[in-house]
Write a protein that binds this ligand. Structure first.
Ligand SMILES: NC(=O)c1ccc[n+]([C@@H]2O[C@H](COP(=O)([O-])OP(=O)(O)OC[C@H]3O[C@@H](n4cnc5c(N)ncnc54)[C@H](O)[C@@H]3O)[C@@H](O)[C@H]2O)c1
Length: 366
């Protein structure tokens, strides 16, 4: 089987990680890297002399590629991804898919019309610890999920054209959607713009998922500590996923509180608190980006719908759009209309056409 020929567009902070993976994966051949900045391309030439470099990504269209990866700033994703799809290339776009929901819808449409794979780089969906946490939740080990608290803070890295929410919250939203298998019914957001008066560098998002399930996301570029932590509190147990931890990424706490039966007086009011063992499951960790890149290649080869497909990307952009409105309206809650479930017609250039009914973002990973 011939390797899938790939071009990477954008070789800034994140592009080099994608480039390295597509160079190393046996089923892909990294043919070229495009970046507007010559000094970034010099770096590519030093590391990978066999890879072609171009300043205008449109030069990739004459190179016989199968697919591209778009790792440019979010505001540029839509125009570049659309151009590439229209030129018959499968596209992996970094998160967030676009900065407007209607652009994300359009990309899905163009990919579908041209029978091409559209995938968004929701790296955490390919993270073994997140997958383990999902298995724990799905197995009912935590009981009914009461709430989830996600914290993603650090000092920087400030981005010029997006705020901290658009930069960081796509990760937490993709994790929440993946873990819960559903999307929120409403969102509200409050935040502060401290260093640059027009860019929010700290945001608190509050999401309702129906059935009394709540989630809270705290993102910040202005914090002394690097924190990447998700706490899931259930009726039976509680779990903490700490991505900064090297070995003990997930801890399951056998802790909980049972309300007393009805009492007439405060004196009889006694909750029963449970303090049990803390279990640390073993997780076989593989670089999540490697799994993601490999999945993209497999989807191109087989016609399988990507786990983090365009619809998943669209759902996230819809929440971010509603949260942005809330952020500028004193935290007023905004409803979220889910995109309709739909059928996908994916054409694999190698294996013909396959039609996939896709109603959930938790498609199994090949
Ligand atoms: N999945 C993850 O964990 C993860 C982590 C970091 C960043 N990202 C995402 O990756 C994308 C890039 O982020 P970054 O931090 O690398 O940004 P960056 O600003 O460091 O790099 C972007 C690069 O794109 C180039 N570029 C811009 N417009 C271009 C164009 N039209 N043609 C060719 N090159 C162009 C720039 O010259 C720059 O080198 C963003 O969407 C970001 O959200 C994802």
């Amino acid at each position: 089987m011939n390797p899938v020929k790939i071009g990477v567009i954008g070789y800034g902070y994140w592009g080099p990680n994608l480039t390295r993976n597509f160079v190393e994966l046996p089923k892909s051949e990294l043919v070229a890297v495009a970046d507007m900045k010559e000094e970034r391309l010099q770096q590519v030439k030093r590391l990978y002399p066999q890879v072609q470099t171009v300043r205008d990504y449109r030069d990739l269209f004459a190179m016989g590629l199968d697919a591209v990866v778009v790792a440019t700033p979010p505001a540029t994703h839509y125009a570049i991804a659309r151009d590439c799809l229209e030129h018959g290339l499968h596209v992996l776009v970094e998160k967030p898919l676009t900065i407007r929901a209607q652009d994300a819808e359009d990309l899905i449409e163009v990919a579908e019309t041209n029978g091409l794979t559209l995938m968004v780089g929701n790296t955490f969906e390919y993270n073994a610890a997140v997958q383990a946490l999902k298995q724990i939740i799905d197995a009912g080990e935590l009981g009914e999920i009461y709430y989830i608290n996600a914290v993603r803070t650090n000092l920087g890295l400030y981005q010029p054209n997006v705020n901290a929410m658009w930069d960081l919250a796509p990760h937490d939203l993709s994790i929440l959607f993946y873990l819960l298998g559903k999307e929120p019914t409403s969102v509200s957001a409050m935040g502060g713009a401290s260093v640059f008066k027009h860019i929010h560098d700290v945001v608190y998002m509050h999401l309702k998922f129906g059935d009394n399930l709540l989630a809270h996301i705290h993102v910040s570029w202005l914090d002394p500590n690097k924190v990447r932590r998700i706490t899931v509190v259930g009726s039976k147990k509680m779990a903490v996923y700490d991505d900064v931890e090297n070995l003990e990424k997930i801890k399951i706490f056998d802790k909980g509180v049972d309300a007393p039966p009805y009492t007439d007086s405060f004196g009889e009011f006694q909750c029963s608190y449970r303090y049990g063992n803390i279990v640390v499951p073993h997780i076989q960790f593989v670089e999540p980006l490697r799994v993601e890149c490999d999945h993209f290649i497999n989807c191109i080869l087989t016609g399988e719908v990507p786990r983090s497909n365009g619809l998943v990307g669209l759902r996230i952009v819809k929440v971010l759009e509603a949260a942005s409105q809330s952020l500028h309206n004193n935290g007023q809650p905004y409803p979220i209309q889910p995109p309709p479930a739909r059928s996908w017609r994916i054409v694999s250039p190698r294996q013909g056409v396959s039609v996939v009914n896709h109603t959930s973002q938790t498609a199994p990973l090949s």
